[in-house]
Design a protein around this ligand. Structure first.
Ligand SMILES: *Cc1c(COP(=O)(O)O)cnc(C)c1O
Length: 384
């Protein structure tokens, strides 16, 4: 029997041959967009901190103050003694923001998904997801034991077809999609999905990870809103950490007993929740700030000769892993961090640069990256 390390070395070599091995790159974040890598200061188009709130003075101050009052760690899971007073405050705040009767905070967006989906669907039930949903939804659906089917991306005819041919043989049915797709930056037709869910007696769940704080609140509510289960995270535009599920009171009450990732994991540290509370206050009150990421993304797509951005995320598809890596390398040499996203984060042969626009980007930086994209002819490849 080969030793574990020999087997793993072999696997790593195979990954390297496909340009699919991943490694961490140490990156110090100085602000929402300025980062330090290998001793160089770079501008990042790679952070989901769309509003720069991770470094906002009020957010940092709230976090420090919570440590002074409540300490560094939560001490236990929420059902034991980890449910400190800040939980109720953040839950009330996000429920008001999302216009739902109740909300439940989880350790992260990933934990919210893998706790919620298996709590609501199981053997004998049907889960339908968009083909491009985030890994946390795919993992959660698998974990649930329900029958899982995926409809072609944003293809409502396909979704209807799957419902028509499979809904009747299953007890409950849950449809899951994202408000803003994390690797493509486009948006789901939530209103159509809502109507389909109603017609086929299904529940609709949305993941608003990249919508919160970026899509106009009215839009986000018209979009993500109205779904029976509205999930999201404070780790993106809110600049903090932690997941949430918003919905009815019975939904939230039930999750407290049935969501295993909530029950069997220690509560978030008080400082993290305090940061989310301070960030949500800013998101709820500063419309000028929250409209900037989309505005900057659209300035970029216009300059780069691409179709208008629909969110703060703009993919530039280069297809091959090595091309995406080389493109990210070239951008880094010119002073910009843009992530190369490869399978399995995206489908095979759709490796890409993923630009994430922040409220803090300068016009000059946006012009510079758009010029590189044009100069390299990357956009032509997208349309080819
Ligand atoms: C980031 C992300 C998550 C996970 O949220 P975390 O709080 O980082 O665990 C879930 N869904 C989508 C679409 C995401 O982009």
């Amino acid at each position: 029997m080969p030793a574990l390390d020999d087997i793993l070395r072999e696997k790593l070599l195979l990954l390297e041959a496909r340009h699919a091995r991943r490694e961490f790159k140490e990156t110090g974040r100085l602000t929402g967009v300025r980062v330090m890598r290998n001793g160089r200061e770079l501008i990042s188009f790679s952070c989901n901190d769309y509003l720069g709130l991770s470094h906002h003075p009020e957010v940092k101050a709230a976090s420090k103050q919570a440590i002074e009052i409540y300490g560094a760690g939560a001490g236990a899971s929420r059902l034991v003694t980890g449910n400190h007073p800040l939980h109720a405050e953040l839950e009330a705040q996000i429920a008001v923001y999302k216009r739902t009767p109740a909300a439940c905070i989880f350790g992260s967006g990933y934990l919210a998904s893998i706790g919620t989906i298996p709590a609501l669907a199981g053997a004998g039930d049907l889960i339908l997801t968009d083909k491009l949903v985030h890994a946390c939804i795919i993992d959660a659906a698998k974990l649930s034991g329900a029958t899982v089917m995926r409809f072609a991306h944003n293809n409502m005819e396909h979704c209807r077809m799957l419902l028509e041919s499979n809904r009747r043989e299953h007890h409950h049915c849950l449809i899951v999609t994202e408000t803003v797709f994390s690797m493509d930056g486009d948006r789901a037709p939530i209103q159509v999905l809502k109507a389909l869910a109603k017609e086929f007696d299904a529940w609709l769940m949305t993941d608003d990870a990249h919508g919160l704080g970026v899509l106009p609140r009215s839009n986000s509510n018209k979009g993500g809103g109205g779904a029976d289960i509205q999930m999201g995270t404070f780790s993106k535009a809110a600049g903090s950490y932690g997941g949430y599920v918003c919905g009815s009171k019975p939904l939230v009450d039930y999750l407290k007993t049935a969501a295993r990732s909530l029950i069997f994991s220690t509560a978030l540290p008080p400082a993290t929740i305090a940061a989310s509370i301070a960030a949500m206050k800013i998101i709820a009150s500063d419309g000028t700030l929250t409209e900037k990421p989309l505005h900057n993304a659209q300035a970029f797509t216009s300059l780069a000769g691409m179709p208008p951005a629909m969110s703060a995320i703009v993919p530039v598809i280069l297809k091959d892993n090595d091309k995406a890596l080389a493109a990210a390398q070239l951008l880094e040499e010119r002073g910009f961090v843009v992530s190369a996203i490869r399978p399995p984060s995206v489908p095979e042969h759709t490796a890409r640069l993923r630009f994430a626009f922040s409220a803090l980007h300068d016009k000059a930086d946006i012009e510079a990256v758009a010029a590189i994209v044009r100069e390299q002819g990357w956009v032509c490849e997208l349309q080819a």
